[in-house]
Design a protein around this ligand. Structure first.
Ligand code: SAH
Length: 238
């Protein structure tokens, strides 16, 4: 609670001092905010995979957030990234990543590139990340951000994630960061036997069920994990 308040105090101070909320903070400030974010929002809430924790401490989340919201980059909430879309709350990113139980050699498909932040976290942990984003302006910006940070193992394409990426299948794990009403069949087909999938399932505008699934005997063994609220997975034109 106190930590939550301190973010608002920080914002208030920055606003009252008339400073641009971003330029008033330097790299070391962001590093401190990120360390604190990982301790209080991620470790204290039970995420304990050391590789996930290391990745969350390393990736500069503020560089994935539009300048006007940068002071809030490490706050316990999703933030707008333009085009009516959001970058997920840090805890949700860490939780979903841990739930995939990744190995360093894994190849993972993400649906909903958004800012590219989740893809960067994955790229710290595994060999190849494939990410699909339906809004071109976002996939372009994500590409630029990830290039600036020198990520070489993230492949992004603009398109409808309902179809998956058959040319690059099968995947060891699939993470969906927008909410479909039901899990698209091509994604099940493109998951390896024994592969893991994490996806928020449910209607647009409401609460969705975050489910974790493991592919067994060609089908999915599905467990509900928590209630979440994601932007909808929209249908493509073709
Ligand atoms: N993972 C992102 C946050 C995703 S927000 C990050 O780390 O920032 C969800 C994203 O899913 C939005 O950018 C939205 O445009 C995208 N999306 C919605 N429907 C989609 C679809 N059918 N295929 C691919 N992307 C989709």
């Amino acid at each position: 609670m106190l930590r939550g308040i301190s973010y608002y105090l920080l914002f208030l101070i920055l606003t009252l001092s008339g400073a641009s909320t971003c330029s008033a903070l330097d790299r070391d400030d962001f590093l401190r905010l990120r360390e604190r974010m990982v301790e209080s929002q991620i470790i204290d809430r039970g995420v304990n995979d050391p590789n996930v924790i290391k990745a969350m401490k390393k990736v500069p989340r503020h560089l994935f957030v539009p300048e006007k919201y940068r002071a809030f980059s490490y706050a316990d909430q999703p933030l707008p990234i333009g085009e009516g879309q959001t970058i997920s709350q840090p805890y949700i990113v860490a939780f979903m990543t841990e739930a995939l139980r990744l190995d360093p050699g894994d190849r993972v498909l993400e649906i909903g590139t958004g800012s590219g932040y989740q893809a960067a976290i994955l790229a710290e942990l595994i060999s190849e990340v494939y990410s699909i984003e339906i809004i071109e302006a976002l996939s372009k910006r994500a590409r630029e951000t990830l290039d600036r940070l020198s990520y070489r193992n993230i492949y992004i394409k603009t398109g409808d994630g309902h179809k998956g990426w058959p040319q690059k299948a099968p995947f060891d794990a699939i993470i969906v960061t927008c909410a479909p009403e039901k899990i698209p069949r091509p994604l099940i087909e493109q998951l390896k036997e024994g592969g893991r999938m994490i996806v928020p399932v449910g209607r647009a505008g409401g609460v969705q069920k975050l489910v974790r699934a493991v592919k067994k005997g060609g089908g999915l063994d599905i467990r509900d994990v928590m209630l979440v609220r994601f932007v909808p997975m929209v249908m493509g034109d073709d």
